[in-house]
Ligand binder design. Structure first.
Ligand code: SF4
Length: 403
């Protein structure tokens, strides 16, 4: 679920020198159903509707099979079911989709298979079926452990549901799960944010995604804030929340590997970062299926239509629900790779960047980058370009250098 301290990945793009995928592609599958609409949500989702699901799921299956066949069953090592609320689907339906992906793609034996789950939609039986079906990672949309905050954004679960979800996950044998929290919620104060963070740490997740609430035009929350009916923490408070969060999570044994993402470090080395999500920031390839889904394959970005019924109509009629295909020239492609890559704390290896995109990043974007270097928002040491701590907070401004 993308809201961010910085803009989420904006999909558009790409051409230029042939990309050399450094990592294997992934598969993203969008399940657009939710129990009710949260007030802040700009995701393509609608209330669960059985008759629509009865059209949507076969369409999805058809789209996945056709793409796998067209690409001659390519090798992939991550599969991600996002939404919406994928865990709202009956277990058998979701497991069937996992099988369809396996039949259509050569899914690595150790592939990361993630399902986004919302508290209040899980049962032991459902989770057992997921495990059995090959799901090995859960991403749980907790958002807050404060019931008043949850209510203020229209979430249908409470803090106890979130804790129960984690217990159920562990009982079902999930040993890799992530929790999502949102900072800057209506009613939130620095104290309640600290408590949220401590509640999350206490559950010993493998991964945390911590986003700053963004107001998306057209959402109920955006209208309420504009009309003064809802007040949310100001930018200074949000900055303090971010700063404290980075320090506290580092102390608690997490490594920050992206602006909003933290992975537990493992005793034997390595960490629990999301293999799938890293593909977006590494400018790697991925197939995207379902309404509004984006894909990036063979240097082409494509996205599907944004209405659930429209998606089903298009697939039923022609087998194709593409809304847009975009190829960018070499410079735009490099620009996009740069701002995606800068989201990672490891930053960008400048020599490898030039090798891959045929562009010297520091020279090609000097006009935008120089003031940022001077302002201390970027650190160009060791042959890499990285956001500094203050750059992490102002990353949206930094990314303007590439626009
Ligand atoms: S559960 Fe997630 S996708 Fe569904 S309405 Fe809420 S925020 Fe949007």
């Amino acid at each position: 679920m993308w809201t961010g301290w910085a803009d989420p990945v904006h999909h558009s793009q790409a051409d230029g020198p042939a990309p050399q995928p450094a990592v294997l592609p992934g598969v993203y599958v969008h399940i657009p159903f939710c129990r009710t609409k949260c007030t802040y949500s700009a995701f393509v989702s609608g209330d669960f509707d059985e008759s629509l699901a009865a059209r949507y799921l076969p369409a999805l299956e058809r789209e996945i099979r056709a793409a796998g066949e067209a690409a001659r069953r390519p090798h992939v090592d991550s599969v991600f079911f996002g939404g919406g609320t994928p865990s709202l689907l009956p277990a058998g339906e979701l497991v069937r989709l996992v099988e369809v992906v396996r039949e259509s793609f050569d899914v690595a034996r150790d592939a990361e298979v993630t399902v986004e789950m919302n508290p209040g939609t899980l049962t032991p039986e459902k989770l057992a079926a997921y495990r059995e079906g090959g799901v090995n990672r859960a991403s749980v949309g907790v958002q807050s452990f404060d019931n008043a905050e949850l209510e203020a954004i229209g979430r249908v679960h409470d803090a106890d549901d979130a804790r129960a979800a984690v217990r159920m996950l562990r009982d079902a044998g999930f040993d890799n799960f992530s929790l999502d929290l949102i900072a800057g919620l209506p009613l939130q104060r620095i104290e309640t944010w600290r408590r949220n963070l401590e509640s999350a740490i206490a559950l010993e997740p493998d991964h945390l995604s911590l986003y700053l609430l963004e107001l998306h035009p057209g959402t109920k929350l955006a209208r309420d804030v504009e009309a003064g009916r809802v007040v949310r923490p100001d930018d200074d408070v949000a900055a303090t929340m971010y700063d404290e969060m980075v320090d506290r999570l580092t102390e608690a044994g997490f490594v920050q590997y992206e602006i909003s993402n933290f992975a537990r470090t493992m005793p034997g080395g390595g960490d629990r970062r999301s293999r799938h999500n890293e593909k977006y920031w590494l400018d790697a390839e991925y197939f995207g299926f379902g309404v509004s889904a984006h894909g990036y394959v063979n240097g082409e970005r494509r996205s599907n239509v944004r209405s659930i019924a429209g998606y089903a109509d298009a697939i039923e009629a022609t087998g194709d629900a593409t809304h847009e295909r975009i190829r960018l020239d070499a410079r735009d492609r490099a620009a996009e790779a740069a701002f995606l890559g800068l989201r990672r704390l490891a930053g960008i290896d400048l020599a490898r960047f030039e090798e891959r995109y045929g562009i010297n990043l520091m020279q090609a974007f000097a006009e935008g980058l120089d003031p940022l270097l001077e302002a201390g928002l970027l650190d160009p040491s060791d042959g890499r370009l990285r956001l500094t701590r203050s750059g992490l907070l102002l990353s949206n401004e930094v990314f303007q250098a590439f626009v």
